[in-house]
Design a protein around this ligand. Structure first.
Ligand code: NAP
Length: 357
């Protein structure tokens, strides 16, 4: 079935609705839904998934006040309606069938390999016309935008380990701290606020023990969206509970959200991440220091990298360690079409890219 302009318009609206849940629904996906009359001239309801454990977007769209007593019509959604019964909420496909909705138009099928397409199948078996843009035109810009929007969820479903985003701040000559360990501050206040906004999009922040001992950071979100504070994951063998001064991550009001992991307890960092994923943590922003970042780079575990670059030069300090790369042709490079460069404050740069392994 082809998609008309109205379908594309309403599907793009589902992405805008879905975005409103960012920072609040993890590890669930960002989902937006819109219910219209058959001819599309009236919007009967719209909604988005607002918080983890709460009603799904389809429920907000279908059971809203404006839609009382209405049935039939078309339901638009950025992702395939759920069919599973092992959730805290009932499956959305049953609600759609009950409401006698005629058409369901979506962008993406459920990326969970165990579910993939089952929601659409059940709807079709009940006489509902279903269309997935991803199946008809996988290169469509809305399909690409929908995948990017839910890159964390899709990754988590397919790889069963958290999405790893490496982030650091460096001087123009690539240093993360001076040789004495001082890194406050490499970047400007505006850049640091931007870093907080990035943190707010992740379920957990991870650093190595040296950063905790040297900087005694809070690792919380002070600017950004949503109301979820990230978990603080600290890795290392050093027992932080024996440090003779109070560490903020172990004593503040979020101390229950601090998780200590010893990588030596696992065969590899990858195995450690799988274990973290079992705790329903689907995304981690790895913030340093250099040693920790190096380990993630060495094991090809960085799914995305953001570097804040300040216009300063300090000469040799602390940076990313050797990755054992001898030839420039072996350098870690990025998918060209996914590189972003942003200029902040007229002098700071933010580089974001997806490594190509
Ligand atoms: N510019 C930035 O963006 C930025 C960000 C963060 C920190 N910093 C600066 O960086 C400096 C600290 O960096 P750093 O490189 O010395 O230390 P780090 O990466 O913070 O911590 C290193 C420690 O983490 C543990 N660790 C990390 N990955 C591990 C792995 N795969 N396996 C086993 N243990 C692992 C080990 O702890 P154990 O020794 O306990 O085993 C290791 O000694 C500080 O000066 C801080 O200010 C800068």
């Amino acid at each position: 079935m082809s998609f008309n302009q109205q379908d594309i318009f309403y599907l793009s609206k589902t992405l805008e609705l879905a975005e409103k849940g960012r920072g609040m629904v993890a590890p669930n996906p960002l989902v937006g839904a819109l219910w219209t009359s058959d001819d599309g001239t009236a919007i009967w309801g719209e909604g988005f998934h607002q918080r983890y454990g709460g009603a799904h977007a389809e429920v907000w769209a279908i059971e809203g006040k404006e839609s009382e007593g209405v049935s039939g019509g078309t339901l638009y959604c950025n992702m395939e309606p759920c069919v599973h019964t092992n959730k805290q909420t009932p499956p959305c496909v049953d609600l759609i069938i009950r409401k006698k909705i005629q058409r369901v138009v979506i962008i993406l099928t459920d990326p969970n390999p165990l579910v993939n397409g089952d929601g659409l199948k059940k709807l079709a078996e009940n006489g509902i016309t279903v269309s997935a843009l991803e199946r008809i035109d996988p290169q469509h810009h809305l399909v690409q935008a929908a995948k990017k929007q839910n890159e964390i969820f899709i990754h988590f479903m397919q790889k069963q380990r958290p999405f790893i985003h490496l982030k650091w701040a460096q001087t123009l000559d690539g240093q993360l701290a001076t040789s004495s360990g001082d890194s406050k501050w490499i970047t400007s206040e505006a850049a640091r606020k931007e870093a907080h906004r990035l943190r707010a999009k992740y379920q957990a922040v991870l650093v190595g023990t040296n950063t905790v001992i040297t900087d005694n950071p809070k690792l919380n979100v002070r600017y950004g969206l949503g109301d979820q504070q990230p978990y603080r994951i600290i890795i290392g063998t050093n027992n932080l509970r024996e440090i003779p001064y109070p560490l903020q991550i172990l004593t503040d009001e979020l101390k229950e959200r601090t998780l200590l992991f010893n990588p030596a307890d696992f065969p590899s960092l990858h195995c450690m991440l799988v274990e973290i994923g079992k705790q329903k943590i689907s995304s981690i922003l790895v913030e340093g220091g250099g040693y920790t970042l190096t380990q993630f780079l060495k094991e090809h575990l960085a799914d995305k990298i953001t570097v804040f670059i300040a216009p300063k030069i300090i000469g040799k300090g602390l940076g990313i360690d050797s990755l054992g790369i001898e030839k420039m042709s072996d350098a870690l490079v990025f998918h060209e079409q996914q590189l972003q460069l942003k200029i902040l404050d007229n002098d700071h740069f933010i580089f974001t890219g997806y490594p190509k392994y």
